[in-house]
Design a protein around this ligand. Structure first.
Ligand code: SAM
Length: 293
């Protein structure tokens, strides 16, 4: 396997300098110093690359867009998972949609109270590749006895889900414009609402408030039409180069921004109850992204 293979798959790679080019969908291009190409394959759904990048560690790319880098993935995954789980009085059944790299699963599995973890991932190849080439992301959580993996589309899975089954639904999917497109629609939010127990919480990664402002506004608007309470919180983003990562939430009675916070599970490196509360502080420039109350 070599750089030529990447070029044939549509990547731009400078053969002399070894820079790998990531073309972002909006307004900028990123050049990564490729130290080692570890794996490349084309699945039925997407082009999958795992590479070692100078300064960022191992990274997963899907269709030439970076999904996870060792340097900072823990910030994103801890904030996606512990904000909802620490806000709930108790989380027994958790559904992860997407998340094939295993980072979200790793964080859910820190909670001993969770009895069942369903993970619905579209692409079996992502899980297989990440277990082999990014083993430190999912770690031992892949063998958590509470885990059941379903290789399916998240939208189709929710259409058949038992109403009221989940205390938390964590949507760790790719961006709009990918196979995850249907996971940002109003119908999807209605299905998620139905699958949540009374008091349950949905959280989803939702791009950046700066460079994807319009998309984020559309997403928060859709959530607000379905959930009685909904909103946005943020964490820093290094490897996505978008400044702030947005997470949207929709609640059936639990407010993750204003309600009690139970505390952090063991072993977190970013998440604390104080970081949790700070993630909901909205600077004036981002205030318009809050759904109207
Ligand atoms: N943190 C990442 C980001 O924001 O870029 C998301 C990473 S995770 C690898 C994204 C996963 O969502 C991928 O493994 C992809 O296969 C999965 N995915 C995309 N569309 C999906 C769908 N419709 N149903 C279930 N999983 C989906």
């Amino acid at each position: 396997m070599g750089v030529n293979e990447l070029t044939q798959a549509g990547w731009q790679v400078d053969p002399e300098s070894g820079w790998l080019v990531e073309n972002q969908t909006v307004g900028f291009q990123v050049r990564w110093r490729l130290q080692r190409l570890l794996h490349h394959e084309r699945s039925p759904y997407q082009d999958i690359v795992v590479a070692e990048l100078e300064g960022f560690g191992r990274a997963l790319f899907l269709d030439r867009i970076l999904q996870v880098a060792e340097l900072d993935e823990f910030i994103y995954h801890e904030m996606l998972v512990h904000v909802p789980l620490a806000s709930l009085p108790r989380a027994r059944r958790v559904l992860i949609i997407g998340g094939g790299d295993g980072g979200t699963l790793r964080e859910v599995s820190r909670w001993p109270e969770v009895e069942a973890i369903d993970m619905v991932e579209l692409d079996e190849a992502v899980v297989r590749v990440c277990r082999q080439w990014l083993p430190q992301v999912g770690g031992t959580a892949w063998s958590d006895p509470r885990l059941q993996i379903h290789y399916a589309d998240g939208f189709a899975f929710l259409q058949k889900a038992e109403p009221g089954r989940y205390d938390a639904i964590l949507v760790d999917c790719s961006d709009p414009g990918t196979p995850a497109d249907t996971l940002y629609g109003e119908t999807f939010y209605r299905l998620a609402y139905r699958a949540l127990a009374e008091g349950g919480l949905l959280v989803q990664q939702a791009l950046s408030p700066f460079i994807h402002r319009e998309a984020l506004t559309t997403i928060t608007g859709r959530l607000a039409t379905v959930f009685p309470d909904s909103g946005v919180y943020y964490c820093p983003s290094i490897a996505y180069l978008i400044g702030l990562q947005a997470f949207v939430w929709g609640a059936r009675g639990t407010d993750p921004g204003a309600g009690p916070v139970r505390g952090a599970p063991q072993g977190t490196r970013w998440y604390t109850p104080e970081v949790h509360r700070a993630a909901f502080v909205t600077p004036p420039a981002l205030a318009a992204l809050r759904p109207a109350s």
